[in-house]
Design a protein around this ligand. Structure first.
Ligand code: ZN
Length: 434
């Protein structure tokens, strides 16, 4: 249960009635004891939570988990990731997406926002495995106008797919790889077709400073002058958001949200993190994310939640910011809002889609429970999620995945690795210079 003041509530001995993929009622276990049901899940000793939302990832990049370690951002992109991605085939994307969905469902993620290439393959995996997703076909200006057109075509074709579980966005890569004219044209298309925009911007402080030195404006100011802030936009990272950007973001006429993926920032040794408190003060929701597994090494949103709470305490020097309840609010309602589903998922309440996870708190590392929010944020782990439900359909029951065959995916993906990882051609899909 939630309200808009970042307060959340828990109910003891509750029962959730789901019909047609929608939460029909939240009542007591006693009230439904004799009620007939097609399926009844007993969750004694467990907590039901809204499914987690991974607000920014590149799911197929699980195939590159661990291939570019202990490197600065520029070398990570230019020497490894972008050369390797020039080998990507649709089959690699499909298998990577399937493995990623398995990992996310196992970790209690019921929806993810993906920003990648060959996204029709990702959409097909979403359809088949039952998860919910917000998908965008990524593009660079180096692709010419075809990149943008392909992103639009994908967004229009897949919108509402997988029985309504797929929503879509236009997905320019970032202001340092997509020029102003292309961003302005994207904003125009977003307005014309009622589509949101999902992109990377002001990912780190270096990018903000380089943009200021070269163009006299910050990446956020670029979004403003190209009209991107006039439409609904999901900004990945924003750790380079400066004080001068805050009034610009506050004045945005579209719905603006930021996705934070803190593990990667720590790994890249970025000097700043997403300014969650400053964004809170200007009313901008911050959703939790993992980014791709090539930088984050996991798609564990549970971990993003704990890290966000810890890093906020550390960077603000204030143990009262962020509280566990606030962290849960980011993980649920704010994340749902960030991907444009604020009225659809993000809380367990009548009328919401039934995206629900059951978390086992009987383990020694979670007992006793004195403060349930703290137990969930700081003691529980993604492996404590026992059951994952999307749209009323059980995708994992008692830790067993029902829609994905992991050994088969791992086997097939493994055979493709030599071709995928070959960098002898000397090509790369893009140049990092930001
Ligand atoms: Zn990203």
């Amino acid at each position: 249960m939630h309200d808009d003041q970042e307060r959340i509530g828990f109910e003891d001995n509750a029962a959730i009635v789901v019909r047609g993929g929608v939460v029909e009622a939240v009542t007591t276990a006693d009230a439904v004891r004799d009620r007939p049901a097609v399926e009844r899940l007993d969750a004694v000793g467990q907590v039901a939570l809204p499914g987690l939302v991974n607000c920014h990832t590149h799911a197929p990049m699980v195939a590159l988990r661990g291939v570019a370690e202990d490197l600065p951002t520029e070398e990570w992109f230019n020497d490894v990731v972008w050369p390797v991605e020039s080998n990507l085939t649709e089959k690699d994307v499909e298998l990577g997406a399937r493995l990623a969905c398995a990992e996310m469902i196992r970790g209690g993620v019921t929806c993810f926002a993906d920003h990648y290439f060959s996204m029709d393959a990702v959409a097909a995996v979403v359809d088949e495995c039952g998860i919910r997703a917000h998908l965008g076909e990524a593009y660079f200006s180096s692709q010419g106008p075809q990149g943008r057109e392909k992103s639009l075509e994908f967004a229009l074709r897949q919108r509402g797919g997988a029985d309504g579980r797929i929503t879509t966005a236009l997905a320019p890569h970032a202001p340092y790889t997509v020029d102003d004219a292309d961003l302005a044209a994207t904003a125009e298309l977003a307005r014309e077709h009622g589509l949101p925009v999902h992109l990377h911007a002001s990912e780190n402080r270096d990018q903000a400073e380089t943009s200021l030195a070269r163009h006299g404006v910050t990446p956020i100011e670029v979004l403003k002058r190209t009209g991107i802030l006039d439409v609904d936009v999901l900004i990945a990272h924003g750790t380079g958001i400066l004080d001068r950007d805050l009034p610009v973001l506050r004045a945005a006429s579209g719905h603006t949200a930021v996705a934070t993926a803190p593990r990667g920032y720590l790994k890249f040794a970025w000097s700043t993190t997403t300014p969650v408190r400053a964004l809170h003060d200007i009313g901008i929701p911050v959703g939790l994310a993992t980014d791709g597994a090539a930088s984050n090494n996991s798609l564990d949103v549970w971990e993003s939640m704990a890290l966000t709470a810890l890093i906020q305490k550390s960077t603000t020097g204030d143990p009262r910011w962020l509280t566990s309840r606030q962290a849960l609010h980011h993980a649920t309602l704010q994340s749902a809002r960030a991907v444009g589903l604020g009225d659809v998922v993000g809380s367990i309440a009548p009328g919401r889609r039934a995206d629900i996870i059951l978390v086992d708190l009987t383990g020694p590392h979670t007992q006793p429970v004195h403060d349930l929010a703290a137990t969930l944020v700081h003691s529980a782990r993604s492996s404590d999620v026992r059951t994952t439900i999307v749209d009323g359909r059980v995708l994992m029951r008692d830790r067993e995945l029902l829609t994905i065959d992991v050994p088969a995916v791992v086997g097939e993906l493994g055979e493709r690795m030599p071709a995928l990882l070959d960098r002898s051609h000397g090509k790369r899909i893009q140049e990092y210079d930001a």
